[in-house]
Design a binder for this molecule. Structure first.
Ligand code: ZN
Length: 78
């Protein structure tokens, strides 16, 4: 099974889980606060945002500086 990375919108915790591909986008409880207000983080985006130039671009999908997800509170704050 592949490992997927998730970010909790409530507490900002990032965690990864081994899950079957069919469940990749299914709701999952945060390991820290048990909230199901979590979103999957695409590690590809995280890798892109850490590329050589180091500049962050909102167009790549890495909208949130704290967790790299696009669906947490801090992403929507602006
Ligand atoms: Zn949480």
């Amino acid at each position: 099974m592949p490992v997927y990375e998730y970010c909790c919108a409530d507490c900002g915790t990032r965690f990864s889980k081994l899950r079957p591909m069919s469940k990749a986008d299914a709701p999952i409880a945060c390991v820290h606060c048990q909230s199901e207000n979590t979103g999957r983080v695409l590690s590809l985006f995280a890798a892109v945002s850490k590329s050589s130039s180091g500049e962050s671009r909102s167009v790549t999908g890495s909208g949130c500086s704290s967790c790299a997800a696009t669906s947490c509170h801090s992403c929507r704050a602006g």
